[in-house]
Design a protein around this ligand. Structure first.
Ligand SMILES: O=C(O)CCC(=O)C(=O)O
Ligand SMILES: [Fe+2]
Length: 320
Protein backbone atom coordinates (compact mmCIF):
# COMPACT_ATOMS: atom_id res chain seq x y z
CA UNK A 1 0.00 0.00 0.00
CA UNK A 2 1.50 3.41 -0.85
CA UNK A 3 2.24 5.15 2.42
CA UNK A 4 0.05 8.15 1.59
CA UNK A 5 -2.99 5.84 1.65
CA UNK A 6 -2.56 5.04 5.37
CA UNK A 7 -5.67 5.92 7.39
CA UNK A 8 -5.50 9.39 8.91
CA UNK A 9 -4.74 9.49 12.64
CA UNK A 10 -7.93 10.22 14.58
CA UNK A 11 -8.12 13.79 15.68
CA UNK A 12 -10.31 16.38 17.30
CA UNK A 13 -11.63 18.61 14.52
CA UNK A 14 -11.48 22.39 14.55
CA UNK A 15 -14.73 23.89 13.26
CA UNK A 16 -15.23 27.53 12.33
CA UNK A 17 -18.84 28.22 13.36
CA UNK A 18 -18.93 31.83 12.08
CA UNK A 19 -20.79 30.90 8.85
CA UNK A 20 -23.51 29.21 10.91
CA UNK A 21 -23.89 32.15 13.29
CA UNK A 22 -24.03 34.55 10.33
CA UNK A 23 -26.65 32.32 8.66
CA UNK A 24 -25.04 32.38 5.21
CA UNK A 25 -25.00 29.71 2.52
CA UNK A 26 -22.14 27.82 4.25
CA UNK A 27 -24.22 27.25 7.43
CA UNK A 28 -25.22 23.75 6.31
CA UNK A 29 -21.61 22.78 5.92
CA UNK A 30 -20.89 23.80 9.54
CA UNK A 31 -23.88 21.72 10.69
CA UNK A 32 -22.51 18.67 8.89
CA UNK A 33 -19.08 19.10 10.44
CA UNK A 34 -20.58 19.45 13.93
CA UNK A 35 -22.71 16.35 13.47
CA UNK A 36 -19.78 14.25 12.24
CA UNK A 37 -17.69 15.31 15.26
CA UNK A 38 -20.56 14.70 17.71
CA UNK A 39 -21.01 11.17 16.39
CA UNK A 40 -17.33 10.35 16.09
CA UNK A 41 -15.25 11.67 19.03
CA UNK A 42 -17.91 13.77 20.78
CA UNK A 43 -15.26 16.50 21.05
CA UNK A 44 -14.44 19.41 18.74
CA UNK A 45 -12.85 22.84 18.89
CA UNK A 46 -14.81 25.88 17.78
CA UNK A 47 -13.43 29.09 16.32
CA UNK A 48 -15.42 32.01 14.91
CA UNK A 49 -17.67 31.75 17.99
CA UNK A 50 -17.98 35.45 18.80
CA UNK A 51 -17.17 35.09 22.53
CA UNK A 52 -15.56 38.24 23.88
CA UNK A 53 -11.83 37.72 24.53
CA UNK A 54 -11.89 40.59 27.05
CA UNK A 55 -14.64 39.00 29.14
CA UNK A 56 -12.78 35.68 29.02
CA UNK A 57 -9.43 37.19 30.01
CA UNK A 58 -11.00 39.20 32.82
CA UNK A 59 -12.51 36.11 34.46
CA UNK A 60 -9.25 34.23 33.96
CA UNK A 61 -7.24 36.98 35.64
CA UNK A 62 -9.56 37.54 38.61
CA UNK A 63 -9.90 33.82 39.30
CA UNK A 64 -6.13 33.52 39.20
CA UNK A 65 -5.84 36.27 41.81
CA UNK A 66 -8.26 34.31 44.02
CA UNK A 67 -6.26 31.08 43.67
CA UNK A 68 -3.06 32.99 44.53
CA UNK A 69 -4.45 33.75 48.02
CA UNK A 70 -3.35 31.55 50.95
CA UNK A 71 -5.05 28.19 51.33
CA UNK A 72 -6.29 28.96 54.88
CA UNK A 73 -8.24 31.92 53.62
CA UNK A 74 -9.59 30.20 50.51
CA UNK A 75 -11.07 27.25 52.38
CA UNK A 76 -13.20 29.65 54.41
CA UNK A 77 -14.79 31.17 51.29
CA UNK A 78 -18.18 30.32 49.81
CA UNK A 79 -19.00 27.67 52.39
CA UNK A 80 -22.65 28.36 53.19
CA UNK A 81 -24.29 26.69 50.15
CA UNK A 82 -27.55 28.49 50.92
CA UNK A 83 -27.48 31.33 48.42
CA UNK A 84 -28.83 30.85 44.89
CA UNK A 85 -26.20 32.31 42.55
CA UNK A 86 -23.54 32.22 45.26
CA UNK A 87 -20.07 30.82 44.87
CA UNK A 88 -18.43 27.70 46.22
CA UNK A 89 -14.80 26.81 46.55
CA UNK A 90 -13.66 23.24 46.18
CA UNK A 91 -10.13 22.75 47.59
CA UNK A 92 -7.36 20.49 46.34
CA UNK A 93 -8.28 16.79 46.20
CA UNK A 94 -11.91 17.43 47.24
CA UNK A 95 -13.42 15.77 44.19
CA UNK A 96 -12.50 12.54 42.42
CA UNK A 97 -14.17 12.61 39.02
CA UNK A 98 -13.24 9.00 38.26
CA UNK A 99 -15.67 7.94 41.02
CA UNK A 100 -18.48 8.67 38.56
CA UNK A 101 -17.19 5.72 36.52
CA UNK A 102 -16.97 3.54 39.63
CA UNK A 103 -13.17 3.91 39.94
CA UNK A 104 -11.54 4.47 43.33
CA UNK A 105 -8.79 7.07 43.03
CA UNK A 106 -7.35 9.78 45.26
CA UNK A 107 -8.95 13.22 44.87
CA UNK A 108 -8.11 15.22 41.75
CA UNK A 109 -5.05 17.49 41.92
CA UNK A 110 -7.03 20.67 41.36
CA UNK A 111 -9.02 23.35 43.13
CA UNK A 112 -12.00 25.23 41.71
CA UNK A 113 -14.48 28.07 42.04
CA UNK A 114 -18.04 27.19 41.07
CA UNK A 115 -21.06 29.28 40.19
CA UNK A 116 -24.47 28.95 38.60
CA UNK A 117 -27.41 31.40 38.77
CA UNK A 118 -29.67 28.55 39.96
CA UNK A 119 -27.10 26.65 42.00
CA UNK A 120 -26.53 27.10 45.72
CA UNK A 121 -23.31 28.64 46.94
CA UNK A 122 -22.00 30.93 49.61
CA UNK A 123 -21.31 34.65 49.77
CA UNK A 124 -18.81 35.98 47.26
CA UNK A 125 -15.35 36.68 48.68
CA UNK A 126 -14.41 40.29 49.44
CA UNK A 127 -11.49 40.03 47.03
CA UNK A 128 -10.60 40.21 44.25
CA UNK A 129 -12.92 43.06 43.45
CA UNK A 130 -15.37 42.27 40.64
CA UNK A 131 -15.13 38.46 40.82
CA UNK A 132 -18.90 37.90 40.90
CA UNK A 133 -19.50 40.24 37.94
CA UNK A 134 -16.76 38.51 35.96
CA UNK A 135 -18.51 35.14 36.47
CA UNK A 136 -21.90 36.62 35.54
CA UNK A 137 -20.57 38.28 32.37
CA UNK A 138 -18.73 35.20 31.16
CA UNK A 139 -21.77 33.03 31.93
CA UNK A 140 -23.82 35.27 29.62
CA UNK A 141 -21.21 34.86 26.85
CA UNK A 142 -21.43 31.09 27.23
CA UNK A 143 -25.23 31.14 27.13
CA UNK A 144 -25.07 32.99 23.84
CA UNK A 145 -22.67 30.52 22.24
CA UNK A 146 -24.64 27.58 23.68
CA UNK A 147 -27.82 28.90 22.05
CA UNK A 148 -26.12 28.96 18.63
CA UNK A 149 -24.79 25.45 19.10
CA UNK A 150 -28.19 24.12 20.21
CA UNK A 151 -29.73 25.52 17.03
CA UNK A 152 -27.00 23.88 14.96
CA UNK A 153 -27.59 20.54 16.72
CA UNK A 154 -31.32 20.78 15.98
CA UNK A 155 -30.52 21.38 12.32
CA UNK A 156 -28.21 18.33 12.32
CA UNK A 157 -30.81 16.07 13.95
CA UNK A 158 -33.75 17.36 11.91
CA UNK A 159 -35.64 19.08 14.73
CA UNK A 160 -37.22 22.53 14.75
CA UNK A 161 -34.44 24.93 15.58
CA UNK A 162 -36.04 25.91 18.90
CA UNK A 163 -36.80 22.34 19.97
CA UNK A 164 -34.59 22.39 23.08
CA UNK A 165 -35.27 25.97 24.15
CA UNK A 166 -37.97 25.20 26.78
CA UNK A 167 -35.50 22.82 28.47
CA UNK A 168 -33.16 25.74 29.08
CA UNK A 169 -35.64 28.30 30.45
CA UNK A 170 -34.55 27.51 34.00
CA UNK A 171 -31.35 25.71 33.22
CA UNK A 172 -28.98 24.35 35.87
CA UNK A 173 -25.79 25.25 34.06
CA UNK A 174 -22.57 25.68 36.01
CA UNK A 175 -19.48 27.75 35.41
CA UNK A 176 -16.26 26.62 36.99
CA UNK A 177 -12.74 27.96 36.98
CA UNK A 178 -10.21 25.24 37.78
CA UNK A 179 -6.66 25.79 38.99
CA UNK A 180 -4.27 22.89 38.48
CA UNK A 181 -1.26 23.89 40.59
CA UNK A 182 2.31 23.05 39.82
CA UNK A 183 3.13 19.66 41.28
CA UNK A 184 6.12 20.34 43.52
CA UNK A 185 5.66 16.92 45.06
CA UNK A 186 4.77 13.82 43.07
CA UNK A 187 1.02 13.08 43.01
CA UNK A 188 -0.24 10.01 44.85
CA UNK A 189 -0.43 6.73 42.91
CA UNK A 190 -3.47 6.96 40.64
CA UNK A 191 -3.93 10.69 41.28
CA UNK A 192 -4.44 12.81 38.16
CA UNK A 193 -5.16 16.48 37.65
CA UNK A 194 -8.66 15.23 36.81
CA UNK A 195 -9.55 11.55 36.72
CA UNK A 196 -11.25 9.94 33.75
CA UNK A 197 -14.92 10.83 33.52
CA UNK A 198 -17.68 11.92 31.18
CA UNK A 199 -19.57 15.18 31.68
CA UNK A 200 -23.14 14.78 32.92
CA UNK A 201 -25.18 17.37 31.14
CA UNK A 202 -26.04 18.54 27.64
CA UNK A 203 -22.64 19.87 26.55
CA UNK A 204 -19.53 21.49 27.96
CA UNK A 205 -17.74 24.53 26.51
CA UNK A 206 -14.18 24.75 27.80
CA UNK A 207 -11.62 27.50 27.72
CA UNK A 208 -8.37 25.64 28.00
CA UNK A 209 -4.74 26.63 28.37
CA UNK A 210 -1.60 25.27 26.72
CA UNK A 211 0.60 23.90 29.48
CA UNK A 212 2.32 20.57 30.13
CA UNK A 213 -0.26 18.18 31.57
CA UNK A 214 -3.51 18.89 29.77
CA UNK A 215 -6.81 17.53 28.52
CA UNK A 216 -6.83 14.07 26.95
CA UNK A 217 -9.76 12.43 25.19
CA UNK A 218 -10.37 8.68 24.78
CA UNK A 219 -11.47 7.65 21.31
CA UNK A 220 -14.02 4.92 20.66
CA UNK A 221 -11.04 2.60 20.01
CA UNK A 222 -9.57 3.35 23.43
CA UNK A 223 -6.63 5.55 22.35
CA UNK A 224 -5.89 8.73 24.32
CA UNK A 225 -5.62 11.87 22.20
CA UNK A 226 -4.20 15.18 23.42
CA UNK A 227 -6.76 17.92 22.83
CA UNK A 228 -5.07 20.58 20.71
CA UNK A 229 -4.67 24.05 22.14
CA UNK A 230 -5.52 26.80 19.72
CA UNK A 231 -5.42 30.33 21.06
CA UNK A 232 -8.96 31.70 21.29
CA UNK A 233 -10.68 28.41 20.42
CA UNK A 234 -13.08 26.63 22.77
CA UNK A 235 -13.27 22.89 23.30
CA UNK A 236 -16.85 21.60 23.10
CA UNK A 237 -17.98 18.14 24.14
CA UNK A 238 -21.26 16.26 24.27
CA UNK A 239 -22.50 15.28 27.77
CA UNK A 240 -24.21 12.14 29.08
CA UNK A 241 -27.73 13.57 29.14
CA UNK A 242 -27.49 14.57 25.49
CA UNK A 243 -26.05 11.18 24.56
CA UNK A 244 -29.07 9.55 26.20
CA UNK A 245 -31.40 11.93 24.33
CA UNK A 246 -29.85 10.75 21.03
CA UNK A 247 -30.16 7.04 21.92
CA UNK A 248 -26.34 6.92 22.25
CA UNK A 249 -25.76 7.96 18.61
CA UNK A 250 -24.02 11.16 19.65
CA UNK A 251 -21.25 10.35 22.06
CA UNK A 252 -20.26 11.62 25.51
CA UNK A 253 -16.59 10.74 25.52
CA UNK A 254 -14.40 9.88 28.52
CA UNK A 255 -11.66 12.42 29.14
CA UNK A 256 -9.12 13.30 31.82
CA UNK A 257 -6.47 15.87 32.65
CA UNK A 258 -2.99 14.36 32.71
CA UNK A 259 -0.25 15.24 35.20
CA UNK A 260 2.64 17.28 33.83
CA UNK A 261 5.64 15.13 32.89
CA UNK A 262 8.31 14.71 35.61
CA UNK A 263 10.72 17.31 34.29
CA UNK A 264 8.03 19.99 33.91
CA UNK A 265 6.18 19.64 37.20
CA UNK A 266 7.45 22.90 38.67
CA UNK A 267 6.43 25.05 35.70
CA UNK A 268 3.14 23.58 34.68
CA UNK A 269 0.38 25.51 36.39
CA UNK A 270 -2.79 25.37 34.32
CA UNK A 271 -6.14 27.13 34.60
CA UNK A 272 -9.20 26.05 32.66
CA UNK A 273 -12.77 27.37 32.53
CA UNK A 274 -15.47 24.78 31.81
CA UNK A 275 -19.08 25.87 31.30
CA UNK A 276 -21.39 22.92 31.87
CA UNK A 277 -24.63 23.47 29.98
CA UNK A 278 -27.33 21.55 31.83
CA UNK A 279 -31.09 21.55 31.20
CA UNK A 280 -33.67 22.39 33.89
CA UNK A 281 -34.46 19.85 36.63
CA UNK A 282 -37.93 19.13 35.22
CA UNK A 283 -36.70 18.47 31.67
CA UNK A 284 -37.55 14.93 30.63
CA UNK A 285 -34.74 13.18 28.78
CA UNK A 286 -36.53 10.84 26.39
CA UNK A 287 -35.19 9.48 23.11
CA UNK A 288 -35.66 12.07 20.34
CA UNK A 289 -37.99 10.92 17.56
CA UNK A 290 -35.42 11.05 14.69
CA UNK A 291 -33.31 8.47 16.58
CA UNK A 292 -36.20 5.98 16.64
CA UNK A 293 -36.73 5.74 12.89
CA UNK A 294 -36.13 2.66 10.75
CA UNK A 295 -37.35 0.31 13.45
CA UNK A 296 -34.89 1.47 16.10
CA UNK A 297 -36.19 1.35 19.67
CA UNK A 298 -35.40 3.72 22.54
CA UNK A 299 -32.65 2.20 24.72
CA UNK A 300 -33.59 4.06 27.91
CA UNK A 301 -36.64 4.96 29.93
CA UNK A 302 -37.44 8.67 30.11
CA UNK A 303 -35.98 10.33 33.22
CA UNK A 304 -36.03 13.90 34.49
CA UNK A 305 -32.71 15.67 34.43
CA UNK A 306 -33.11 16.37 38.16
CA UNK A 307 -33.18 12.65 39.00
CA UNK A 308 -30.36 11.92 36.61
CA UNK A 309 -27.98 14.59 37.97
CA UNK A 310 -28.66 13.75 41.64
CA UNK A 311 -27.39 10.24 41.09
CA UNK A 312 -24.24 11.30 39.23
CA UNK A 313 -23.28 14.03 41.70
CA UNK A 314 -23.55 11.81 44.75
CA UNK A 315 -21.13 9.40 43.07
CA UNK A 316 -18.54 12.10 42.27
CA UNK A 317 -18.24 13.26 45.87
CA UNK A 318 -18.17 9.84 47.53
CA UNK A 319 -14.50 9.67 48.45
CA UNK A 320 -12.22 6.72 47.88
O1 LIG B 1 -9.61 21.26 32.69
C1 LIG B 1 -9.89 20.61 31.69
O2 LIG B 1 -9.23 20.69 30.65
C2 LIG B 1 -11.07 19.68 31.67
C3 LIG B 1 -11.82 19.59 32.97
C4 LIG B 1 -12.97 18.66 32.91
O3 LIG B 1 -13.03 17.79 32.08
C5 LIG B 1 -14.09 18.80 33.86
O4 LIG B 1 -13.94 19.54 34.84
O5 LIG B 1 -15.15 18.19 33.63
FE1 LIG C 1 -15.03 17.00 31.98
Amino acid sequence: MPHDAAPAAPSIPVIDVAPFIAGGPAAGDVVRQLEAAARDTGFFLVTGHGVSPEVTDHLYTLARAFFDEPQDWKVGQGREATLEGGVSFSPLADEALAATLGLKTPGDYKESLNFGPRLKGGRWPAKPDGLEQAFVDYFAEMERLARHLRRAFCAAIGLREDHFEPCFDRHLSALRVINYPEQDEAPLPGQLRAGVHTDYGFMTILRSEASPGGLQVRTRKGEWLDAPNIEGAYVVNIGDAFMRWTNDEWVSTPHRVANPPGDRKGSARRQSIPFFLNPSAETVIACLEPFMRDGKAAKYEPITYGDYIALKTSQAFSKA
